[in-house]
Design a protein around this ligand. Structure first.
Ligand SMILES: [Zn+2]
Length: 392
């Protein structure tokens, strides 16, 4: 089922080659080239010729924007490292061989990611769009003074901060396989942003946080929700857990805008995680979120099996346009000539084996039960008392 997009309504796709033209190094799993591959697949399908589809290049953000979440010392360290200088505290700031290597030009590369997400936000609050997709965003692990998990600047936290500062209530829904720890931390003591993350549980996967008892503190208590999942979680289990929690939470919170981190590393072929979601499960999750949002800023995120990234994000953009079913399952020749033949949608997954099913359902049911008993009731159901944000 397609969630209809108002006919002719613009759905900006924030993209420019600058967002994919850098590298963390040849052996690093994060490949910015996946963004261009997604762009090529959309172009091959002719999606950019569809009514409402619009490519919007990012507008370079200011250093002040970076400082709305990151510390001045960290931002200047990234600048300095990016120019090839030695920085004594580089390791303390999270840089070094491994997840967050230093490379020349990285300050600009990561600043462009933030720029793309802020451009996406501007398309919604100033540009009249109600849905927008910025595939370069979703770097949800970066901390105020630390690079983490391939993320240097936390574009998602900065984008949400810019909305909250303008008086909007924001719900953040993170469907990446990893816990959205940096974004959660940014708003952990705030009732102006509800953060929800569904991910592989902390005992199985980086960053090792995101259990159900992380619910926020102070005025933010009840405004952080975490749905941890075990390895082998398939579409059926994933969608069950999601629908047990997320619709009720969003309806209670009543956000002005929903920001989605739409990483696709929960995919069953992803080499870094152990969840077994298919393109169909991924799209169903996105459709559920869209049905709950009047305004929706969709960001990218993780995704390390490149064919799944380009296919899933192509399907996602077509879904935002309300036309996913218009995409033929056979990939266009201009794409397969470069990347090989494939189908757009994943085959139906095999059912879980009995022992696995028992384990997976046992884990998930217990976590959801805890969430519904302890975390969800904390979400404030009283009508909003804040000054109403400017009309969207
Ligand atoms: Zn991830």
């Amino acid at each position: 089922m397609d969630i209809p997009n108002e006919v002719g309504k613009r759905v900006p796709f924030v993209y420019d080659k600058v967002l994919s033209s850098f590298s963390y190094g040849p052996d690093h799993p994060m490949k910015p080239a996946r963004l261009h591959r997604t762009f090529q697949l959309l172009e091959s399908y002719g999606v950019f010729g569809w009514q409402g589809a619009t490519i919007v290049p990012p507008v370079l953000c200011s250093e002040q924007d970076l400082l709305s979440f990151h510390t001045p010392a960290y931002v200047s360290a990234v600048q300095s490292l990016s120019q090839g200088n030695r920085v004594a505290e580089a390791q303390d700031f999270g840089f070094g061989p491994g997840d967050n290597p230093v490379f020349e030009g990285m300050y600009d590369a990561f600043r462009w990611q933030v720029s793309a997400s802020l451009t996406a936000v501007a398309q919604v609050i100033e540009g009249g769009a109600s849905r927008v997709f910025s595939i370069a965003g979703g770097l949800h692990h970066a901390m105020p003074a630390k690079a983490s998990g391939f993320c240097v600047f936390n574009d998602a936290a900065i984008a949400i901060r810019s909305l909250v500062d303008r008086g909007y209530r924001v719900a953040y829904v993170d469907i990446d396989a990893h816990h959205g720890d940096g974004v959660q931390q940014a708003f952990y003591d705030s009732d102006r942003a509800l953060t929800i993350s569904i991910h592989e549980g902390p005992e199985f996967l980086f960053p090792g946080t995101g259990d159900v008892d992380e619910v926020g503190v102070g005025p933010g208590k009840g405004y952080a929700l975490n749905i941890p999942l075990p390895p082998y979680t398939n579409d059926e289990v994933y969608l069950w857990a999601f629908t047990q929690v997320v619709p009720q939470a969003i309806e209670s919170f009543s956000p002005d805008i929903v920001v989605v981190q739409a990483g696709i590393d929960a995919h069953y072929r992803d080499p870094l995680t152990h969840l077994n979601v298919t393109t169909q499960g991924y799209l169903e999750t996105l459709r559920t979120i869209l049905a709950l949002s009047s305004k929706c800023v969709v960001l990218g995120g993780g995704g390390y099996y490149l064919p799944a990234v380009s296919k899933s994000w192509t399907l996602a953009y077509a879904t935002l346009l309300g036309r996913e079913t218009d995409l033929a399952d056979a990939l266009p020749a201009s794409y397969t000539e470069i990347y090989g033949t494939d189908r757009l949608r994943d085959p139906q997954a095999d059912p879980l084996e009995e022992d696995t099913s028992e384990y997976v359902w046992g884990y998930v049911r217990q976590k959801v039960k805890q969430l519904r008993a302890k975390a969800l009731p904390l979400l404030n159901k009283t009508p909003r008392t804040d000054e109403k944000a400017q009309e969207l």
